[in-house]
Design a protein. Structure first.
Length: 161
């Protein structure tokens, strides 16, 4: 469904992951090499992910480890076949007569969160002469400083799950 502002919303989905078509599988592999086999995203959901993370890539491209960790965070959120292990739907809403996901908890291990922050904390965004994390991660000093809370809503809410 869609919200009144036109943004696509996700429906709760409690079925197993599915094998994507070969073309979609190739697209997923090019952006999300850790996602193999079955997936929990449609082609439209993956394309929205791709479009949204494209906005962050210029800030992080200077450090391949940071970029890979950042992409992995959203690739897993969007397409992982194991979403039920680390995503909890916290609320559902009715939009246009359909049940939609209103909120989620996305559980990230301390090790991954700290690795993400540590790999990105010193990456500079050249044209702004500032740290990429200041632009993408607010002023978080570490992952426990709510780094993930600072990731812009336009990225978080556009990802499909």
């Amino acid at each position: 469904g869609k919200r009144s502002d036109g943004k696509v919303v996700n429906c709760p989905y409690g079925s197993p992951a599915v094998k994507p078509a070969d073309l979609l599988s190739s697209k997923i592999q090019s952006l999300c090499p850790t996602i193999t086999g079955n997936v929990c995203c449609t082609e439209a959901q993956f394309e929205t992910l791709r479009q949204q993370v494209q906005q962050a890539i210029p800030f992080l491209v200077g450090c391949p480890a940071c970029l890979r960790n950042f992409l992995n965070l959203f690739c897993e959120l969007t397409c992982s076949p194991n979403q039920s292990l680390f995503i909890n739907v916290t609320s559902v809403d009715k939009v246009g007569g359909n049940l939609t996901v209103g909120g989620i908890d996305y559980f990230v291990s301390d090790a991954f969160g700290e690795g993400l922050y540590d790999s990105c904390k010193d990456v500079k965004f050249g044209s702004a002469n500032t740290r990429a994390m200041d632009l993408l991660g607010g002023r978080a000093k570490n992952v426990k400083g709510h780094l993930l809370d600072y990731i812009p809503d336009y990225i978080m809410h556009a990802c499909k799950y």
